[in-house]
Ligand binder design. Structure first.
Ligand SMILES: NC(=O)c1ccc[n+]([C@@H]2O[C@H](COP(=O)([O-])OP(=O)(O)OC[C@H]3O[C@@H](n4cnc5c(N)ncnc54)[C@H](O)[C@@H]3O)[C@@H](O)[C@H]2O)c1
Ligand SMILES: O=C/C=C/C=C(\O)C(=O)O
Length: 502
């Protein structure tokens, strides 16, 4: 089955594309195209479309129209007005569902089944979640009585932080962009989105959605382009930006933090991870094998929450190792348009080379390759793509680079442990602290172990099960801050406490 090809014809007549080129959206209009860069299909290695490259003038214009909009009619909207707008956006995202599926599939090579069930539905879900949150957000207030008998009423009011830079990666493009844009708009901010240069298409459809939903001019802006020394860096270092929400590599986070330091910008960082799965001997092994297969190989392992370190209690190590290895070998190859496809390409040849270099490093460090370890051959156009074999490794210690550095591909390393303390200690031996999974049938063990793990997110007998009101984010090199529910309100708004003596 041929890949669902994203092509201008799919969007013929839509405003976001001009003669096969994806456009910026600034001040309520799609801009004429100037400089461009190619978008290469990770499935075939061929160019599928061109994208406008934002320059200093594009970024300056976006920032100035966003600032102007901040003080226009948008400033006079109520939380209920903004909730109604977010719900209109969600409706329009659902109306464009298949275009968004086609955009995500063409840009990333992910299967239509994942795009239809995870990536695209989360777009509307994010907007609905924050519409509900802002519509019902209580004010924090206290009736004050002081020791010397004075009485007062204290209450805190929220106001937008201002112009927010939204810089996102390529792995779950629409999910991650809307995860940030929805709360930012809910709180009355204006935004400038800089999607990854690898995944410009769904962001362009999102701009069409905003346009159709009559989002006020300048409230939502989209600037395409690269990161270092280009649109991304121009945006995050711009004096007119009030806050930066960024998801991407930890090294990039450090670079952005340096450029934001001069202006003391508020930052929310969702960064890299080296997530551990802890499988105890008392676990339901069927569930643990199925759940760890998902948490290792979903989206080709290109999810920040994916498991790369699998720690298994010694009594069940051999059985778990053999069953997970079988699952890796049974991962189904296919075209993205085939809903049964499980093996997807890396986002680019460059990223595949990075993942492959870790496969080679693992053998150099003395690992045993239990499954995969190389590049598949298809005998068709996909040989020009960035495919790589799902891989299972074993035999290394926690100090090996393969167990310390984020790979961000369809690969995990299996390591035995004897007792609970050793499992927790091994899991915590990481510069990262984003996510973990704990597989056990002992509820007391689950509640003992989970809080001891140095991770922002711990799933027990599950993975990537999300409540959008809960805090989401990592510690250590995995991030700064939390988003989700009221945590997003706290980042995307400033609080003023008012004290009235009674
Ligand atoms: N913690 C999370 O929630 C989460 C979610 C998804 C991905 N990630 C991480 O993202 C990484 C993969 O995504 P990626 O390769 O796109 O990350 P990346 O850091 O290379 O790029 C992310 C975005 O930042 C831009 N960018 C790059 N350098 C920049 C700079 N100097 N200034 C401003 N912008 C810049 C890029 O153009 C892109 O839009 C992995 O490390 C993964 O762990 C984390
Ligand atoms: O690859 C990273 C996944 C991030 C997921 C979320 O931000 C979310 O589920 O809200």
């Amino acid at each position: 089955m041929r890949a669902a090809r994203w092509s201008p014809e799919l969007m013929a007549g839509q405003p976001g594309t001009e003669r096969g080129v994806l456009r910026h959206y600034v001040g309520g209009r799609f801009l004429p195209v100037d400089a461009t860069f190619p978008k290469i299909s990770p499935v075939t290695g061929r160019m599928i479309l061109e994208v406008a490259e934002g320059d200093e003038e594009t970024v300056d214009t976006a920032v100035s129209v966003a600032r102007r909009a901040l003080h226009g009619p948008w400033a006079r909207t109520s939380p209920d007005d903004r909730a109604a707008l977010l719900r209109r956006i969600a409706d329009e995202l659902e109306r464009r569902h298949e275009d968004l599926v086609a955009a995500e599939v063409a840009d990333t090579g992910k299967s239509v089944s994942q795009a239809r069930t995870l990536d695209v539905p989360r777009g509307a879900a994010n907007f609905r979640a924050f519409a509900d949150l802002i519509a019902g957000a209580p004010l924090e207030a206290f009736q004050t009585t002081t020791a010397d008998g004075r009485r007062a009423l204290n209450y805190a009011v929220r106001r937008p932080v201002g112009v927010v830079a939204v810089v996102v990666p390529w792995n779950l493009p629409l999910l991650l962009t809307t995860w940030k844009v929805a709360p930012a708009l809910a709180c009355g901010n204006t935004v400038i989105v800089k999607p990854s240069e690898e995944t410009p298409s769904s962001a362009t459809v999102l701009a069409e959605v905003m346009d159709r939903a009559s989002v006020p001019e300048g409230v939502f802006n989209l600037v395409h382009g690269h990161g270092p020394g280009a649109a991304g860096e121009l945006l995050t270092s711009h004096a007119g930006i009030d806050a930066i929400t960024f998801t991407g590599e930890s090294g990039t986070g450090s670079a952005i933090m340096r450029s934001a330091a001069a202006g003391l910008k508020a930052v929310s960082f969702e960064l890299g991870g080296k997530n551990a799965a802890l499988v105890f001997a008392d676990a339901d092994l069927d569930a643990a094998v199925a759940g760890t297969t998902r948490s290792v190989f979903t989206n080709g392992g290109q999810v920040c929450l994916c498991t790369e370190r699998v720690l298994v209690q010694r009594a069940v190590f051999a059985e778990f190792r053999d069953r997970l290895t079988d699952q890796a070998r049974q991962q189904r190859y296919g075209w993205p348009a085939d809903p049964h496809t499980q093996v997807i390409p890396m986002i680019s040849h460059g990223h595949r080379d990075k993942v492959l270099s870790y496969y080679h490093l693992a053998t150099q460090e003395g690992a045993t390759v239990l499954a995969g370890g190389g590049v598949p051959t298809f005998g068709d156009d996909r040989d020009g793509g960035a495919y790589i074999q799902p891989t299972v490794l074993a035999g290394l210690g926690s100090d090996a680079r393969v167990n310390r550095e984020e790979i961000f591909g369809p690969v995990c390393h299996l390591q035995p442990f004897d007792d609970e303390d050793e499992a927790v200690q091994t899991a915590n031996e990481s510069d990262y602290g984003l996510a973990a999974t704990v597989w056990t049938s002992d509820v007391h063990r689950a509640h003992r172990v989970a809080p001891r793990l140095e991770a922002g997110l711990v799933w027990v007998n599950s993975w990537f099960l999300r409540d959008l009101r809960s805090p989401f984010g990592g510690m250590k090199a995995s991030g700064i801050g939390r988003e989700g529910g009221r945590h997003s309100l706290d980042f995307y708004s400033e609080l003023t406490n008012v004290c009235v003596e009674l």
